[in-house]
Design a protein around this ligand. Sequence first.
Ligand code: LLP
Length: 417
Amino acid sequence: MNHFQYKGNELFAEDVSLKEIVARVGSPVYVYSHATLTRHFKAFDEAFAGAPHTICYSVKANSTQSVLKTFINLGGGVDIVSGGELYRALKAGADPKKVVYSGVGKKDDEIEYALNTGILMFNVESEQELTRISEIASRMGKTAGIAIRVNPDVDPGTHPYITTGLKNAKFGITIDRAMEEYVRAKSLPGIDVIGIDMHIGSQLTKVNPFVDSIEKLKVMIGKLRSQGIDLQYFDCGGGLGIQYNAEEPPLPADYGKEIVAATKDLGMHLVFEPGRNLVGNAGILVAKTLYTKARDEKNFIMIDAGMNDLARPALYDSYHGVQAVTRDQDGMIVADIVGPICESGDFLVKGREVPMFKQGDLVAFLSAGAYGFAMSSSYNSRPRVAEVMVKGDKFEVVRERETVEDLIKGEKVASFL
Ligand code: LLP
């Protein structure tokens, strides 16, 4: 069930008209559907009903506290990559025992914070990081649960910028080095070796690369067992893709079936770090048409949202569906939909057939719930936009629109000026 549907000519989020949201909150605005978030979480969870598992939602995809709280209420944990994400997640009520901490550049203070919080495990991404965690934990008189993020050298077949599991990527420890590191980890003070981790990339539209990676890690798990290193947690990472346009990603149920089959004889507790799959199609960005202009063969639609609000098209040439919030345009037009930022890369749509938007028309950009607001910035001194969550016929602002005062918060003009 799609919760962003037309009723007559008006686009709704669940039972709330987007026009009404903009009338109250202004534009641009991100709008999330609580029912969609819930359905996506449950579908993912149910896909693993047959196996002990924890779904650690990957905070980076959308770190808004109301989104985190929605998943936490459903029993979810979190996958974090910074002290900031840990702070957000704890504020939203996350259970520290369901927190996994990934990332290649964990800083000392972040490691200390995570140890004080008592998170489940650190997904260790380098030899030096392992040593550092051991030193810090020993000094603090704590024990750090760890998994090694093993880089299985499998091609996920996705955009190069979001491919992480090939051996020349900066992520994880290569499969041939990981064995030695496990043995070393076992002997280090302050370290409790509890798991193994992988994350091979994002927006995967096939299950095979996941299964191929799992098979490689299984060989390692077997060898480790024979050396007396028995791991409890198998963190399969995130990466399951969604439909933006014509992609046909596997359903969570199909992904689940194959992963459960590939892991069931291990008797391990599975951890997943889905981000996009849970939030991507649960959010849209609504913007307003400011101006239109035609130049030779080219048509431009200038809107009040730009690459600072939704960076994905500029960064990855990504596709976001476009719909009119009120369907009253005089037909379709091939156009670029561009933002107010002074860069040619500032487009949300390039040369695509879209409704013939006119001044004042509201435009909805679909599939914007993942890596949308989370990657937004205030470049060109544009305050970051508001975020709204809808539940049934209710909606609330879950993040206020920034003000120009917010833009200079913390700034100070040097005293020698
Ligand atoms: N776990 C780790 C260690 C990750 O690095 C990521 C994403 C995830 C889980 C969640 O992956 P997902 O389920 O969302 O695919 N900004 C890009 C995507 C970057 C993904 C970064 N890592 C985009 O907008 O497409």
